[in-house]
Structure formats: structure tokens, C-alpha cells
Write a protein that binds this ligand. Structure first.
Ligand code: GLV
Length: 309
């Protein structure tokens, strides 16, 4: 039996040596060098390629190398009964929080303004506002969203979360479900998307969502490209309703050179670098699940395939 590995072309290289350390006896078959598939026992996948699981009748589980599993769940060649797992890890969530907080402070403290004024040799101070005056709304209260909200709360931002179900244990308010989305958006000067991509959340960053944000609000898009209606974002930005956007996840990656996002001064595009699951965490979780799967124990970080995360 063998293990299939398909890594991120640029960022996934560190995982293979860690896997070899943890699983020295195993046969690792690294994409695209995969001839036979009928003896594959498990798979560790960055992004699925169409038909990847055809002919894999003996798969006992498939793991994403990151947090999102939407690409796996919509792959028709993955049999419905095969368990899917993902990586959750403290450092991984912390990286995403650092990235989001960097941009939140960039927006809140007007860094774009100062970068632009420097080019003109202009000394032009703007009012300095405390963190508590900045209302940040974090969509998604899973590993990533809750970690970000906790840090923002500790830094005295006025943070609120939005989740599918009510949550009572956090010290910041969490709005729940479609019925509370409007109130949540209305108090979000900076909206951060950390939702998983599911049937319910696809297209959630749309014209109606933007219209419910306060005028001059900002968007930080760290979810998946399919959350975002790109045309609606451009319209809201060009109309001056949104003042700023940071887009780290796009429908087509890399973003095409002619895409209008590149040329809008306060739309910042980053190449899907919000966070990367640490190689050691990826290898650790995968090796643990392999052992559990062989021993008939429940897998860790198991995805609810019906809920989609
Ligand atoms: C990155 O996109 C991930 O799913 O972790």
C-alpha cells in the first residue's frame, strides 16, 4: 500500500522531509509521479486535480494539507464514504491572525495615506484614533476566526464575530445566522472573511452584504475566491462605499494581469499567503491519522462532509 502526496508547488516543499521522518517505512508517491492508484491507502492533498481519486478503491482517508477542504468535497472522483480530514494548528491560526491584524492596522492607522504622501514629499497628518473606535467584524468563528477575534479583543479593538450558530463562551459578541447578519455587518468598519467555503457561504461577499456595511468600510478577504462577487466589490469600491480591500483569495489564481483589482489604489492583492499550515503540523496530523485509521480509532480533525467543514 502507498500514500499519495500532492503538495503546493511553491510552499509545500517542506512537508515531504517531515513526512519521511515520521513515516520512514511507508511508500510515498508524490504527484505527478503517480502511476498505480489501486494500492493507495491514504492521500495528503494541497488542491485536488480532476479525476485524482479514480481507481483508488482502497482509500481509507484523505487529508487536506491546509484548513480548507472545499476542493476535496466537490471532487466527483472522491467516494462519498471516504473520511476527509484537515489541518488545525495553533501556529497556523496565529499566522493568519498576524496577517489579518497587519492589514487591519494598515487600514485603521491610514498607512496607505502615508505611503502615498511620502511619494509626494507631503507632511499630512490624519486624526489618530484608538483601536477601540475601530469595529472589526470577523466572519467565521472556527480555528482561524476565533484566534483572530481573541487577539483583536486583547488589543482592544471593538471586535465581533459572526457564526452559523450562537456562541456564548467568548468575551466578544458573536452574531449568529442569517437573521443576525445585517446587524453584524452594520457594525463592521472592517470586515474580515475567514469562513469555510460551503453551499451556504458561496457568494456571501456580494452587493447586498457590501451595502449593509457602513460607508467607508473595508474588506479583508482571507476565505476562498468563490465567497467573493468580484464585480460587486469593484462597484462598491468605485462608488466610494468601500474604502479599502485586501484580497488574498481569488477565483482565478494567479490573478490575471489585466484584472482591474491590480490598478485600484486601495485594493491590495496578495498571492494567497495569509497562512500556511506548518510542515511539521501537516506531517504530524497525517501520520497520527494513518496510525488511527489502521488501528480503527476515530480520526482527528475529521471534516463533517455534510456541513462542508
Ligand atoms: C489554504 O488555502 C488552506 O486551505 O489552508
Amino acid at each position: 500500500m502507498a500514500l499519495l502526496c500532492l503538495f503546493h508547488p511553491h510552499l509545500g516543499q517542506g512537508i515531504l522531509p517531515r513526512l519521511k521522518e515520521r513515516l520512514p517505512e511507508e511508500t510515498l508517491r508524490v504527484w505527478p509521479d503517480v502511476r498505480a492508484r489501486d494500492d493507495l491507502e491514504a492521500a495528503l492533498i494541497w488542491r485536488v486535480v480532476p479525476g485524482l481519486f479514480e481507481g483508488t478503491e482502497r482509500l481509507s482517508f484523505v487529508s487536506a494539507t491546509g484548513a480548507g477542504v472545499d476542493h476535496l468535497l466537490c471532487e466527483p472522483s472522491l467516494p462519498k464514504e471516504v473520511p476527509v480530514t484537515r489541518v488545525t494548528d495553533h501556529e497556523f491560526a496565529a499566522m493568519m491572525s498576524d496577517f489579518a491584524i497587519g492589514w487591519i492596522i494598515h487600514i485603521h492607522r491610514d498607512f496607505s495615506h502615508y505611503l502615498a504622501r511620502q511619494k509626494e514629499r507631503q507632511w499630512q497628518p490624519l486624526p489618530i484614533r484608538p483601536a477601540s473606535s475601530c469595529r472589526v467584524g470577523v466572519m467565521g468563528q472556527g480555528m482561524m476566526g476565533a484566534s483572530l477575534a481573541a487577539r483583536l479583543h486583547a488589543q482592544e479593538f471593538s471586535v465581533a464575530g459572526w457564526a452559523r450558530r450562537p456562541q456564548t463562551s467568548c468575551p466578544w459578541p458573536v452574531y449568529a445566522g442569517a437573521s443576525e447578519l445585517g446587524d453584524f455587518l452594520a457594525r463592521s468598519d472592517i470586515l474580515v472573511n475567514l469562513l469555510p467555503l460551503t453551499i451556504q457561504t458561496a457568494g456571501i461577499l456580494n452587493a447586498s452584504t457590501f451595502a449593509r456595511l457602513p460607508r467607508g468600510a473595508a474588506l479583508i478577504q482571507l476565505g476562498r475566491g468563490a465567497h467573493l462577487d468580484e464585480r460587486a466589490l469593484l462597484e462598491a469600491y468605485d462608488a466610494g462605499h468601500l474604502r479599502h480591500a485586501v484580497i488574498d483569495a481569488l477565483n482565478v489564481e494567479p490573478l490575471l494581469r489585466e484584472h482591474p483589482f491590480w490598478t485600484r489604489p486601495n485594493i491590495i492583492v496578495t498571492p494567497h499567503v495569509g497562512a500556511q499550515a506548518p510542515a511539521d503540523a501537516v506531517a504530524r496530523v497525517f501520520a497520527e491519522n494513518l496510525q488511527r485509521s489502521r488501528g480503527g480509532a476515530p480520526l482527528v480533525n475529521l471534516v463533517n462532509r455534510t456541513a462542508g467543514y
